[in-house]
Write a protein that binds this ligand. Structure first.
Ligand code: NAD
Ligand code: SER
Length: 319
């Protein structure tokens, strides 16, 4: 990665699953003092995010964000603060308020202070009427509040681009698999929890059915995709700029369990579907990312075997 001097970046929701890995990657590029990590939560001294600037900020507090933008001469925001699908269905009002209210604030600030903005979307934009291989352009009829906020978020982002020239970009991330920070209350969390249980106790009860197949991605691919999209020349981006489909690897819960058994033969996985099965069933099983390949050269590196190998060896080293 090349260091980009003169750029100061603000990250919201920096203590979450993605922020824990994106913040160090951004610090490596821009310099340690040029990345302002923020979150609603107080930081734990052991967090990797604690190695640079961190301050508490609620994305619903626009004045606080503006104060940080001005005092640090911020020119780019990575807006990660959100309420994910499973937590969002437990508290849809909070999900709507944080996801839409927070985005409205950063979009306005981006317009007022001429900032670049990265705001992630999700495979949750798709609904049950989507084909199993989700096209870039297809009717978006999500059935979760989280998915609805992501569809509205893409529409809002496009509005600010079309009407105010705000350079806003986003990716419809698949379920992300990583070992450095726990996932934050999503439907795809089983694909992370299973590794922790495999290493710590040798057994796991999965909350979706064995044949549930969803699009997933190893975090290293997701971080690289984020930086590559932000590096892409503005003229190369098309109508998908606020919500590019990107594919990583799709597998069923049983295929994931079998891939772990291949490395840990005594591992036992049971299946007891809960309400999250319904959310998983409303999403497509694969993603067509032709547009991202064509517009900014997207290509994933991690397949199922590599992902399982990385997850297990890193978690085993930690234990
Ligand atoms: P996460 O839940 O792990 O982290 C979100 C962070 O936002 C948390 O640290 C939380 O404390 C913070 N937060 C919540 N409310 C806040 C508020 N009012 N003000 C400031 N901070 C607040 O989520 P993540 O997995 O890191 O996801 C980041 C973004 O990526 C979200 O927009 C999410 O929808 C999107 N995404 C994630 C995945 C995934 O699998 N992790 C998949 C698709 C899209
Ligand atoms: N991983 C996320 C979730 O399950 C998808 O956006 O909520």
């Amino acid at each position: 990665m090349t260091e980009q001097s003169g750029s100061c970046v603000l990250v919201t929701g920096a203590l979450g699953q993605i922020g824990t890995e994106l913040v160090p990657a951004l610090r490596q590029r821009h310099g340690i003092d040029s990345v302002i990590a923020t979150d609603l939560r107080e930081i734990n001294d052991h967090s990797v995010v604690a190695s640079g600037i961190f301050t508490v900020a609620d994305v619903l507090d626009k004045n606080r964000l503006e104060e940080l933008i001005i005092s640090h001469s911020v020119d780019t925001i990575y807006h990660l603060a959100a309420i994910l699908s499973a937590t969002g269905e437990k508290n849809p009002e909070l999900c709507e308020r944080v996801n839409l209210g927070g985005l409205a604030n950063v979009l306005e600030l981006a317009k007022e202070h001429n900032l670049r903005l990265y705001t992630p979307s999700s495979i949750a934009v798709f609904g049950p009427d989507c084909p199993p291989l989700a096209p870039q352009e297809t009717p978006l009829n999500p059935t979760t509040m989280y998915g609805m906020t992501k569809v509205a978020g893409e529409v809002m982002a496009n509005y600010y681009w079309e009407n105010h020239g705000v350079d806003v970009r986003g990716i419809r991330y698949p379920g992300l698999i990583s070992w450095k920070a726990p996932p934050g209350g999503g439907t795809t969390d089983y694909a992370v929890e299973i590794f922790h249980h495999a290493v710590e106790s040798g057994n796991y009860t999965c909350f979706v059915k064995p044949d549930t197949k969803l699009p997933m991605m190893y975090m290293d691919d997701a971080i690289r995709a984020t930086l590559e999209l932000m590096d892409a020349p503005i003229e190369s981006l098309g109508t998908a700029r606020a919500g590019y489909n990107i594919a990583g690897v799709s597998f069923t819960a049983e295929e994931l369990s079998n891939a772990i058994v291949a490395k840990i033969p005594n591992f036992v996985c049971g299946f007891e579907p809960d309400i999250r099965q319904k959310y998983a069933d409303s999403w497509p099983s694969m993603i067509d990312d032709t547009q991202a390949q064509n517009d900014w050269g997207w290509k994933p590196l991690f397949g199922l075997e590599q992902l399982v190998g990385e997850m297990l060896s890193n978690l085993q080293d930690e234990n």
